[in-house]
Write a protein that binds this ligand. Sequence first.
Ligand SMILES: Nc1nc2c(c(=O)[nH]1)N[C@H]1C(S)=C(S)[C@@H](COP(=O)(O)OP(=O)(O)OC[C@H]3O[C@@H](n4cnc5c(=O)[nH]c(N)nc54)[C@H](O)[C@@H]3O)O[C@H]1N2
Ligand SMILES: Nc1nc2c(c(=O)[nH]1)N[C@H]1C(S)=C(S)[C@@H](COP(=O)(O)OP(=O)(O)OC[C@H]3O[C@@H](n4cnc5c(=O)[nH]c(N)nc54)[C@H](O)[C@@H]3O)O[C@H]1N2
Ligand code: SF4
Ligand SMILES: [Mo]
Length: 861
Amino acid sequence: MLDIKKKINDFKMSRRAFVGWSTAVTAAAAIPVSRGLKTKAEQNKVFAAGETNEIWKTAACWHNCGGRCLNKVLVKDGVVVRQKTDDTHADSPDFPQQRGCLRGRSQRQQVFGADRLKYPMKRKNWKPGGGKKELRGKDQWVRISWDEALDTVSSEIKRISNEYGNEAIWATGSGEMTKVLSENGGCTTDYGTTSWGAWYWAPTMMGVAEGWNELGINDRIDLRNSQLIVLWGVNPASSSPGSPTYNYLQAKKAGAQFISIDPKYTESAQVFDADWVPLRPGTDHALALAIMYTLLDEDDPKNNPLIDWDFLNKCTVGFDKDHMPKGADPKDNFKDYLLGTLDGEPKSPEWATEICGVAPEDIRKLARQIGSTERVALLTGWGPARINDGEGWVQAFSTLGFMTGHMGRSGKMTGVSCHRSSGNGGPWLVKPGSSGYTSPENPVTNKVNHNEIFKAILDGKYHQKGEGVRKANIQLIYHQYNATLQTRTSINDGIKAHRKVEFVVTNSYNLTTNAKYSDVVLPVTSEWEREGGLLTGNREILIAHSNIVDPLYEAKSDVWIAKELLKRLGKDPKKLYPVSEKQAFFNELATSTVITKDGKDYEPLVEITAKDIQDWNVDGKPQKGRIALQEFLDRGIYQVERKPGDNYGHIAYQDFVENPNEQPLGTPSGKFEIYCETIHKESKKGWTEISPIPKYVPKTVGYEDTFDDWDKKKKGKYPFQVVTPHYLRRSHTVFDNVPWLREAMPNPVFINKTDAKTRGIKTGDTVMLYNDHGKTLRPAETTETLMPGVIALPHGAWPEINEEDGIDRAGADNMLTKPVTTGLGTSGWNTVICNIEKYKGEPLKEDVKWEQRIVFPEGEV
Ligand SMILES: Nc1nc2c(c(=O)[nH]1)N[C@H]1C(S)=C(S)[C@@H](COP(=O)(O)OP(=O)(O)OC[C@H]3O[C@@H](n4cnc5c(=O)[nH]c(N)nc54)[C@H](O)[C@@H]3O)O[C@H]1N2
Ligand SMILES: Nc1nc2c(c(=O)[nH]1)N[C@H]1C(S)=C(S)[C@@H](COP(=O)(O)OP(=O)(O)OC[C@H]3O[C@@H](n4cnc5c(=O)[nH]c(N)nc54)[C@H](O)[C@@H]3O)O[C@H]1N2
Ligand code: SF4
Ligand SMILES: [Mo]
């Protein structure tokens, strides 16, 4: 047998070799001019002196990266030779360019990477039923034809559903394969609050916007009216690249002060010159309670008003015994909890400091700043809520907004400010249309929580939300548009689960971790090789990207794979995919809409002529619109121009706050519910009980667990808390294989200098992080910009686990996560504890010098 490890180890890819390779690859896949889209785009060529064969095209940057920008590529003789970003109009604060980050600008190394999967492959020892399942992740690959691949996958789907029932098939994440399997009798699916943490279910129950709902904060132009901007676990400079940081800077220019409450001194705190309040992860809830206690303690409505009593009285229920919702015991009001009337424990700064690590005087200062400033933006990200038992934090943070009345008016807002909408709330000003594809109902009701999916396979049971324990006998895993094996809880459990089932298949463009532990991998095209499409970003933009090159090697789109599988499963592909991929793109364009000038309605975005329809060779009707089809494709973006006082502003909750009785909220009381019976009731159908008011509970695997004893005298065997901030080198797992990015960002683990010193750790030392769930190595970076007792392990590295010692070399965060579910079913990525020590084995090489995951199937060189 060919020694694949040796072959990969012997293969050193230099920058020069890479460029040669990728150029050759694209040249081989030179652009045909037969498709309407491409010939059209070429009419818009920009010729440099002496050049006649270059063309700029809009290329997709389609990742879940926290931003959305315009990326263009220069295609010369069918080869992508350069990239650039938005230069479609002059840059200005009101009308900012949508400029790309370092990842997007490296995308050609991703698309044309030497590590692209080139053809369908199967694991050498795989046989129907599994075949040496323990070899998954280390077996030899064998190249197969598309026919063999599709026949194998469809016959395994049939065999396993016949033998064990459709619930034995698990389609991970969501995508085309879930549709295929749903059409074929159904499949088990998974769900969770992956990004949001506790900002998923709890907020709407108490009357505030769900964390991905852009209506929860005011728009970016109104942000300029805020005098104080509190970034509570918000780091746009790193996790919302593109224009958000620029928007916040306009607020700074207009005079806003910034405060950052975060275990680490973030890039944003640096850019905005924020006051940094470091705290322990998962303890924000205690800090918020102590701030609210101080407000109550120091408020003097005449001389020192800190609380907006009018807001509390008119817009909320549950604050004190006189404002309780119907049916609630007056004793259970929030104010008495804060004061410690019943439990004898006032939630004072002195009480909180023990938990969160913020000094009592700093807590009081925060309360005074937030309470006494007229216009405050209380903004939080999902990071502080991606914790076990996180719902109480959502309740507490929102209650702080209610108490101070920083809601519903200009310059005042309290809510989630995250991802591509950071600092810019409000309804979409331009909306993508629909393709004409349909999604069938999934007849199988088994839905497994993200924290339990691998345990469900290993233990044969899981908790079906709202019902209780259900049996599970998962035998087929279909990975599609996700990186589940490394982005969900416990990679070690995940690998065991992958080695237990009978069949694993992945659609992928690289040998991702999902693919590596599979039996069959199907190479998919990247967006650059597809027909084109639309991408949404912040509320002001819609991006239209075009085809850049033909599919590389034998790669096919997920839609093509779906149709082929449907045929083999005896289903009519036309039912789910009634139109071609090109027609689907055209339909999306034709049904896209843009806000009318008065800001009250929407109208068609794209103007389409009879000639366009003829050129595209699609079905459609001519229509009027804001921008001509070809112009939209050539520019690649439609951006609504904004200016202060225009009709597109947004003040979150304005209608309700102005007329709470006439415009009630959707809660049982019609108001914001500080006492929220719904959360309490729903939690009984979930995992752990949640109090109707935001009572502090130690978080599962939180700060309190770093001690051996409950009076917190002696540190336990895992004395550190780990946070997993999203890292600029990658978008979760995506881009982590890109050599330029590896070179630019080394991916260390961050540890406070004092902690490092006590353990004899210096910057650059290889250290091992470990707990009961796994072990992982990284070079250490010691810093004073991190709360002592906290370790920051950047999220999303591709695990490289040594089979002999079980230690991951890459710093994959989910080597350390505990498969536990709390509350309503929340994802708790930032509640992890571990120990750290200097690694005694061979030190790590820099990531950029690692071998890429390039596959050499048996018989291929
Ligand atoms: N410990 C820890 N874990 C976390 C987090 C954390 O902070 N800490 N964060 C969580 C969060 S917020 C999120 S959103 C999740 C992200 O979890 P995932 O969604 O699983 O992560 P991605 O890396 O974005 O995975 C996308 C995958 O889809 C592939 N892909 C891209 N385009 C296509 C396509 O057209 N077809 C197919 N078939 N594949 C495609 C990419 O190559 C990549 O492998 O991770 C979560 N996990
Ligand atoms: N570069 C990059 N950007 C991304 C992504 C990526 O993978 N890479 N992923 C995107 C996706 S899908 C998502 S969901 C968003 C997530 O967006 P966020 O949740 O905002 O991103 P994070 O960087 O994980 O966390 C933001 C900040 O919260 C802090 N933090 C962590 N735990 C706590 C805590 O307990 N308390 C407090 N106060 N602060 C805490 C972190 O130190 C960090 O500075 O990011 C998006 N943006
Ligand atoms: S922020 Fe996202 S869309 Fe923008 S360039 Fe970076 S990776 Fe691409
Ligand atoms: Mo996310």
